[in-house]
Design a protein around this ligand. Structure first.
Ligand SMILES: NC(=O)c1ccc[n+]([C@@H]2O[C@H](COP(=O)([O-])OP(=O)(O)OC[C@H]3O[C@@H](n4cnc5c(N)ncnc54)[C@H](O)[C@@H]3O)[C@@H](O)[C@H]2O)c1
Ligand SMILES: N[C@@H](CCO)C(=O)O
Ligand code: NA
Length: 433
């Protein structure tokens, strides 16, 4: 059995989990990989006394790992953009393979990193970066390789889903976020979770691997969950929907929709049942139809599971001396198509609207007439006399699918009506038909 040496950079939540699982399941992993995978060095800012490092050398300088000639695979688990990029490019130029959980790095610098790795003939693997422990990159790049993938939609941020789930049970946003941080689910800067940036990183990667396009993080649309209120959560439920924070990538004739935002989904759809830190990714292929991948989206050993699966894949490459057969984004670089991301105004969606109307006769007719002038059909409308307060009453509307541009114009017109108070709240809705 061939020895393959791994160096771990970053001993935080995921680094600690990776060390523990690789150590605990060493025999089993050797049986599966056909290699003796040895942790040759670990490096992190501070030592962790809770880990049983034994005789594994520890450094505070992560570049000690990259410069250790005995190491075959560098596992990057420090997070962030700048130092991580420097570390990964240095590893590649030293001829080392890389396994990372860093979706921010891949979404933003992946095109450059993959090009460097291709030239150097090394693997850069990133399964743990997308939907944590769920093997979704494997599913999209390999399991779906027969299909033209038309759309991908998923709950791809564990922290955000944990917060929305607990808010449904009546808990306070900030208290739940603190809990998610203590559990090790949140990013170092939790606004990445709450404002959708982390989900947008993951969606960028999924869209590229699904559609065969270069990574285009900066072109996507991102809206977080920080403005979602218990009122809207409860009223979406009354309409038969649940609010989930989704990443949606859809391939259309004119281009690609790439968007992250809170979304109403039918309570009867499987994805509405995905709660807590769990993630789920729906992938629609022309041959297979809809498939769904479900499991823990964050957490120490759950994420380590994906990190180590990548290490095993790469160890087989090292042991056999062959080239890794799966291209970085699932398509050969020359087969990647430069399809552009559509501006948000061009996407198509259904909408939940909450309009604060003055309690005057004819106001509902005025609202309906603005929507109809813009070609927007109403699916349902709800107004409860019991919610009348200070002469104002919320009107909740669910529309059929329409272009975002039409919705923007309608909202602008609605907000201009003297019978409407303040801003119209808009949450997009999907039925996954
Ligand atoms: N926590 C999760 O559930 C999860 C899941 C999937 C992916 N990820 C990703 O995995 C990576 C690590 O996340 P984490 O939650 O383990 O973070 P963490 O903050 O718990 O751990 C990062 C570790 O790296 C060390 N580190 C950072 N910069 C360093 C430097 N320049 N030199 C030396 N040490 C340095 C820190 O001291 C810390 O111990 C991130 O890219 C994150 O997005 C995390
Ligand atoms: N902060 C991320 C970690 C997993 O990528 C999340 O909550 O989903
Ligand atoms: Na994954």
């Amino acid at each position: 059995m061939k020895d393959v040496s791994v160096g771990i950079c970053g001993l935080g939540t995921v680094g600690g989990g990776t060390f523990n699982v690789l150590t605990r399941n060493a025999r089993l992993i050797a049986g599966r990989s056909g290699c003796n995978i040895r942790i040759a060095r670990v490096a992190s800012r501070r030592p962790r006394n809770d880990l049983e490092l034994g005789d594994v050398p520890f450094s505070t300088d992560i570049f000690d790992v990259v410069n250790d000639p005995s190491i075959d695979i560098v596992v990057e688990l420090i997070g962030g953009y700048e130092v991580a990029k420097e570390l990964v490019l240095a590893a590649i130029s030293n001829g080392k393979h890389v396994v990372t959980a860093n979706k921010a790095l891949i979404a933003v610098h992946g095109n450059e990193i993959f090009e460097a790795a291709e030239k150097a003939g090394v693997v850069v693997a990133y399964e743990a970066g997308v939907a944590g422990g769920i093997p979704v990159i494997k599913a999209v790049r390999e399991g779906m390789s027969a299909n033209r993938i038309d759309w991908i939609a998923g709950i791809i941020n564990g922290t955000g889903n944990y917060i929305l789930t607990e808010m449904r049970a009546g808990r306070e946003f900030s208290e739940v976020l603190k809990e998610a941080q203590e559990l090790g689910y949140a990013e170092a800067d939790p606004t990445f979770d709450v404002e959708g940036i982390d989900a947008a990183h993951k969606l960028t990667i999924l869209a590229s691997a699904g559609f065969g396009v270069p990574l285009q993080f900066e072109k996507g649309f991102t809206e977080g969950i920080s403005k979602i209120t218990p009122y809207d959560i409860a009223h979406a439920e009354l309409l038969g929907y649940r609010i989930k924070h989704l990443g949606i990538a859809r391939r259309r004739e004119e281009g690609i929709e790439l968007r992250v935002h809170p979304t109403l989904v039918p309570q009867s759809h499987l994805i509405a049942q995905v709660d807590g830190v769990l993630n789920a990714v729906l992938v629609d292929g022309d041959a297979v139809g809809q498939t769904m991948y479900y499991g823990p989206g964050a957490g120490d050993e759950a994420t380590a599971s994906a990190v180590i699966a990548d290490v095993v894949d790469v160890a087989r490459v090292v042991a056999s001396g062959s080239k890794h057969q799966v291209p970085y984004l699932g398509f050969e670089p020359a087969a990647l198509e430069d399809i552009s991301v559509l501006p948000m105004e061009d996407i198509q969606s259904a909408y939940y609207l909450r309009i604060t109307a003055l309690d005057r006769p004819g106001v509902l007719a005025k609202i309906a007439s603005v929507l109809s002038e813009h070609g927007i059909n109403i699916e349902s409308i709800m107004q409860k006399e019991s919610e009348l307060k200070d002469g104002r009453i919320p009107v909740i509307i669910l529309t059929h699918t329409v272009q975002e541009r039409q919705m923007n114009r309608s909202i602008e017109e609605l907000e201009g009506l003297s019978d409407i108070d303040g801003q119209v709240v808009r949450i997009r809705a999907e039925n996954f038909n």
